[in-house]
Design a protein around this ligand. Structure first.
Ligand code: HAM
Length: 427
């Protein structure tokens, strides 16, 4: 069977379920968002990393863990034509760490990315099968100052968009020294309260007690309110690290709450974890982004012991939060000029090219349409002025400059002066 041979021949021309086109002018907002993020993180020493959308499935199985929802239930996997089992990237951290292991750049190594990620979820507003993440990963230092830097970068980015109704939650999940003891303590506590847990967790809390902390049912939330806390059971080095992270955030005036239930669902996390929750959007999808330390991930993927930390921010959710708070509106940069030519000669080709080479944003009419129809297109394009070349203008060596968004009559400009004239007008 060849790929796609079982697809109905009349399959509708639509995006796959849970995936979306992003078209102009909304796509212009995406461009601005990514450019703003790039400027911020590049200013802190992070360089762009572009990794394949597809990886060998083991990169995610080993890194994120086969017991996690993302790998166990949601990952898009397929067998390629060489018989290799591949996966569409469900998140950005494991691929960047794989790249670090493969290319062994000199640490500290700081990378940022903007990447589509794929998770076969039940789509709803803010939860999609393809979403985009903006993220950073920093590999090498175990220093708590780096945790502070990474969290503050995400905070500054979110604040720069004008988002105010966002809460930063931080937590520590300990490490291989203190986590097993805490998990045992939690398991024993949950066993005592088993009958009060939600149905599914009564049956399987023992396999992964940490997941119960994350459970949003009122039953589990009631029980875990009184559960032993990670922060009271950290080993001394983890406790000291977490104290330095909190002190650093305080020093930078980054407001946060310690969320004792913040256990992020990937196996790779150690020590610091954090999440940004929006109060302006539906609670089920209110995480605008999250991240944490993963001091064992490089080794899990076959590299030398190398600590790491990073975050991923969901572009769609950030923009939903922006809409809810009425900030960072969609505004596409307008065209400067639209060239209207009814002479059918080379004039439009030459004038448009000259203006574009001079740095103006310019579009033009095609197909020899009437003056009226080209004016309609010019108006629709959002251009600030129409530049008109009719038979008279051609004969006289002029161009008619026609303001489209402000008052003013059409006036004739000598063809040779048009660049200067337009520059003066737009400044
Ligand atoms: P994550 O929390 O799974 O973390 O995803 C990061 C963000 O991506 C979420 O907070 C959310 O905004 C967005 N997101 C996730 N899934 C969806 C979805 N189905 N639809 C829409 N948006 C979604 C990670 O992926 C980690 N790699 C973050 C990280 C980087 N940790 C360390 N470094």
């Amino acid at each position: 069977m060849t790929a796609g041979s079982d697809a109905p021949a009349d399959a509708p021309a639509r995006t796959p379920k849970g995936m979306h086109d992003v078209l102009w002018p909304e796509s212009a907002r995406w461009e601005r968002l990514v450019a703003r993020f790039a400027a911020l993180v590049e200013g802190a020493g992070y360089g762009l990393a572009i990794t394949p959308i597809v990886e060998h499935v083991g990169i995610f199985n080993r890194g994120i863990g086969e017991g996690s929802d993302v790998v166990g239930k949601e990952m898009y996997t397929f067998v390629d034509r060489d018989g290799q089992v591949m996966a569409l990237r469900p998140e950005g951290t494991a691929p960047v760490v794989r790249a670090y292991v493969q290319h062994h750049p000199v640490p500290p190594w700081k990378a940022w990315y903007v990447a589509p990620s794929f998770r076969h979820e039940n789509p709803q507003h803010g939860r999609y099968r393809q979403h985009f993440q903006l993220g950073v990963e920093a590999l090498g230092p175990s220093d708590a100052d780096l945790d502070v830097e990474v969290i503050a970068l995400a905070f500054d980015f979110i604040a720069s968009l004008g988002l105010h109704q966002v809460i930063l939650k931080v937590h520590s999940m300990g490490n291989e020294v203190c986590r097993p003891g805490y998990v045992e303590l939690l398991r024993a506590f949950l066993a005592e309260h088993r009958s009060q847990l939600c149905g599914p967790h009564q049956a399987r809390f023992e396999q992964n007690p940490l997941r119960v902390l994350d459970c949003k049912t009122p039953e589990c939330e009631d029980v875990t309110e009184a559960a032993p806390r990670f922060v009271d059971n950290l080993c001394e080095p983890c406790a000291a690290h977490f104290a330095r992270v909190r002190a650093g955030l305080d020093a930078l005036d980054v407001p946060f709450v310690v969320d004792h239930r913040l256990v992020r669902g990937f196996d790779y996390y150690t020590r610091t974890t954090f999440e940004f929750a929006s109060g302006a959007i539906d609670a089920a999808q209110n995480a605008l982004g999250g991240g944490g330390r993963y001091n064992g991930l490089v080794e899990m993927l076959g590299g030398p012991p190398t600590p790491g930390i990073g975050f991923g921010l969901g572009i769609e959710r950030i923009l939903i939060a922006c809409d809810a708070e009425g900030v960072f509106a969609t505004e596409a940069p307008p065209l400067h000029a639209y060239v209207i030519d009814v002479t059918g000669g080379e004039s439009a080709v030459l004038l448009t090219a000259e203006l574009r080479r001079a740095g103006f944003r310019v579009d033009r009419g095609f197909d020899g349409r009437s003056m009226k129809s080209q004016f309609k297109s010019a108006d629709h394009s959002g251009a600030l002025v129409a530049l008109v070349i009719g038979d008279r203008e051609l004969a006289e060596g002029t161009v008619g400059l026609n303001p489209l968004r402000s008052d003013g009559e059409q006036r004739d400009i000598p063809r040779s002066d048009i660049v200067d004239e337009l520059r003066a007008l737009l400044s």
